[in-house]
Design a binder for this molecule. Structure first.
Ligand SMILES: Cc1ncc(C[n+]2csc(CCOP(=O)(O)OP(=O)(O)O)c2C)c(N)n1
Length: 685
């Protein structure tokens, strides 16, 4: 057993505190009961510790939920959101009581799990357990990084904490170990996690599946740990929070023994309190047992509301005080102050894309990952808010910026992040950084391992977060590492995420254009899909349409002679565009006129007006699609006039060029397939 401070006081909560806590509890109970759906147990058990935090220490302004120096609060156990909505309402955020009464209903601002952007005061979309905790790590990273960049002696304009409330489920998920390990390693002293240690999950007692010493685990990660024996001991929770803030070197975990469904005579401490309404009769018994009026529902005692609403004056004065300090800072450091406002507003500086590289055919062959690394270096010089790295693959993903310094406890001003081999956490940390604002986060790994970080990528898309992914080794063309490392179904998988812009550039110049799109996209993530292997460079002298074409998703890279109608259109992405170009030349000698369309992004192409799409891919035109990935996504284009050269199995272990050849990515096969399509059409005619 490791020594752990256990806090307990004998101070009974004053009547007003108790009234306030019960207000939160019964608002949550009534919300779930009225919706006839939801989770009353966690709010009932955790209301007291949440109250201790929100009443005693959380720095926030209900009238300006986006004030940059507010503390962040993330309810990682998103299923307990009735508690968060109750807190937001009573403290004076723009969330009227009618919204609480419309919990989980169509169009309400109180959805079944907290959704970022839908409800003022909700800092992150949570629900998939473990994500919110890791978002918190990303937010705490953003805080120290911005503090390093902007604070000056006598001026602490970035100085806030990140608080996360987690449940057993959050800590059971593997991502919590990645997040805990990284946060401990990085000494994120301003990250404070409250753990609702209620010993209950959906199937019953945690004894069924979760018996390790959680506190010892986080202590081993390098965290400061404390235990509070009784969650209703508001003073002990407040004291633990104070201790946690006093500890500046280590993140803090405060395990608070809570009781799910607290106060419910038949459901407290049982899984029955977890995910269903208490029931009319049990609600009545619970309210009676705790001296609460059974009717009306959604009762908020005046004294409680008056007390909670002091948060507005408190928040206004904290923000005003900060604004004064910011003014003084701006006087002394006007440029820095303008910069701070710029990055928080996610605005790009003028001329941010000046000096982006242009590559010539003589620069080739060049892997697009290399072109990406060169582009990152140039962008980083204009955009100090760019911060990123990879999951231990920088030498392969080319995500390291030379001279930009490592982000580490001794150097919070460094820009290069070392996420370790923790792809899942990397994804959720990037989300937390983006949610915090002030940074442009990016992270890299091999495309095949994007599967390890798919849950946070989905949330980035859902939250419309500007996060950039650098996925290299993008096809079977990566070669020798074999099927385990050769991505096949990942491209179509990523394209299937609504709102995710997937860009697979064909060469170095398309890569620069892709980065320009990624940086310019303020709402929503972008995945850059890059090669390991060298590719010819499409010089802008011969292919001047590249910079304007890439943002349209697809464009004609090489057409048949002026005025001629193409016999067939070769549509290709990434490395296969070169195959299409060679195929076009060969087909011409065989009397077939082919057009080559480069389609770096199906998403961006789909967003173009009909007449543009019709111009590039006329209805009914014979098509041959060439992409070294699963063919599934191309089905929407499929008809008798269309064929796809793709990858239908899991790749193979051999040098990349050999694998590509075996899978039919050869000029011979492109031409052969083109003739097959054309012959088929002739037969039908
Ligand atoms: C990744 C993920 N897996 C499964 C679920 C479904 N789920 C919701 S809550 C929960 C566990 C509930 O236990 P706990 O986290 O201790 O919450 P409490 O019972 O205290 O409310 C599960 C499995 C989820 N939300 N996210």
């Amino acid at each position: 057993m490791i020594p752990v401070a256990t806090l307990s006081t004998t101070i009974a909560p004053p009547a007003l505190d108790e009234l306030c806590i019960n207000t939160l509890r019964f608002l949550a109970v009534d919300m779930v009961q009225k919706a006839n759906s939801g989770h009353p147990g966690l709010p009932m058990g955790s209301a007291s510790m949440a109250y201790a935090l929100w009443d005693r220490s959380l720095k926030f302004n209900p009238r300006d939920p986006d004030w940059p120096d507010r503390d962040r609060f993330v309810l990682s156990a998103g299923h307990g959101c009735a508690l968060l909505y109750a807190l937001l309402h009573v403290t004076g955020f723009d969330l009227p009581l009618e919204e609480l009464e419309r919990f989980r209903q169509w169009g309400s601002r109180t959805p079944g799990h907290p959704e970022y952007g839908k409800t003022a005061g909700v800092e992150a979309t949570t629900g998939p357990l473990g994500q919110g905790l890791t978002n918190g790590v990303g937010m705490a990273i953003a805080e120290v990084a911005l503090a390093a960049r902007f604070n000056r002696p006598g001026h602490r304009i970035v100085d806030h904490h990140t608080y996360v409330l987690v449940s057993d489920g959050d800590l059971e998920e593997g991502i919590s170990s990645e997040a805990g390990s990284d946060a401990g390693h990085l000494h994120l002293g301003k990250l404070i996690v409250l753990y609702a240690d209620n010993h209950i999950t959906i199937e019953g007692s945690t004894e069924l599946s979760f018996t390790e010493d959680r506190i010892a685990r986080f202590a081993a990660f390098g965290w400061h740990v404390q235990r509070v024996e009784r969650s209703n001991d508001v003073e002990a929770v407040a004291l633990a929070l104070e201790n946690a803030r006093a500890e500046t070197e280590r993140p803090s975990l405060i395990a608070v023994r809570t009781h799910i469904g607290f106060g419910s005579p038949h459901k407290q401490d049982t899984a029955a309190a977890h995910g269903e309404p208490l029931g009319v009769e049990e609600v009545r018994l619970t309210k009676e047992g705790m001296g609460w009026p059974v009717e009306p529902a959604f009762h908020i005692p005046e004294e409680a509301l008056e007390h909670f609403r002091k948060a507005v004056a408190r928040g206004n004065s904290a923000q005003s005080e900060w604004e004064l300090r910011f003014k003084a800072f701006a006087q002394e450091f006007p440029d820095l102050a303008t910069e701070f406002s710029r990055v928080i507003a996610r605005q790009l500086p003028k001329n941010w894309d000046d000096n982006l590289p242009t590559f010539t055919a003589a620069d080739g062959p060049m892997a697009t990952r290399i072109a990406s690394g060169t582009t990152i270096a140039v962008l980083g010089a204009h955009l100090p808010e760019m911060m990123g790295g990879s999951a231990d693959l920088n030498p392969s993903t080319h995500t390291n910026r030379e001279g930009a310094g490592n982000f580490e406890p001794e150097n919070w001003g460094g820009h290069n992040m070392h996420f370790g081999i923790r792809e899942h956490a990397m994804g959720a940390i990037l989300n937390g950084m983006a949610l915090h604002r002030g940074l442009i986060p990016y992270g890299g790994t091999f495309l095949v391992f994007s599967d390890y970080m798919r849950p946070p990528m989905r949330l980035a898309a859902m939250n419309a977060l500007p996060v950039i992914y650098v996925f290299t080794h993008d096809s079977i063309g990566m070669g020798e590492d074999g099927p385990t490392h050769q991505p096949v179904e990942q491209l179509v998988g990523l394209r299937s995420i609504p709102g995710m812009v997937v860009l697979r550039p064909a060469d170095a110049n398309e890569t620069v254009a892709a980065w320009r799109i990624a940086i310019g996209r303020k709402k929503g993530p972008v995945a850059l899909i890059l090669t390991r292997q060298g590719l010819p460079v499409l010089g802008l002298d011969k292919y001047p349409g590249i910079p304007a074409g890439v943002p349209l998703g697809a464009y004609t890279l090489a057409d048949c002679p002026a005025g001629a109608k193409p016999d067939i259109i070769l549509v290709a992405t990434g490395s296969e565009v070169h195959l299409a170009l060679e195929g076009r030349d060969r087909l011409a000698t065989e009397g077939v006129q082919a057009r080559v369309v480069s389609m770096p992004s199906t998403y961006l192409f789909a967003a173009q007006p009909d007449d543009y799409r019709e111009k590039i891919l006329p209805t009914g035109a014979p098509l041959l699609v060439i992409e070294a990935g699963a063919t599934l996504g191309w089905n929407s284009y499929i008809g008798p006039q269309i064929d796809v050269i793709g990858v239908g199995t899991f790749g193979a272990s051999a040098p990349g060029a050999v694998v590509m050849e075996h899978y039919g990515f050869t000029v011979d096969n492109v031409c052969k397939q083109a003739h097959i399509v054309l012959d088929r059409l002739k037969e039908k005619a």
